[in-house]
Design a protein around this ligand. Sequence first.
Ligand SMILES: [Zn+2]
Length: 92
Amino acid sequence: MAKKIPIRQCAACREHREKPSLARIVRTPDGQITYDPRGKVSGRGAYICKRLSCLEKAIKTKALSRALECAISDEVYTQLRSMMEEDDDADG
Ligand SMILES: [Zn+2]
């Protein structure tokens, strides 16, 4: 009886992946953009693969800004990058 894992789409590469292999970025109701490592923050979410290549692509194409209809600060990208550098041995 395996629990069904939710599937989300990466904003950068458009691949559908299991939620745990994606990073969630949230626009909170007060308009803050934040990286949400636990998936608990309420608000509008966007997802990207935990891969530096997708992060770079998202920065270049502003995919996350478009998904959340809001500018993303460098601070958020920096947070995501340092998380992915730690996590990068999984794939890619
Ligand atoms: Zn991706």
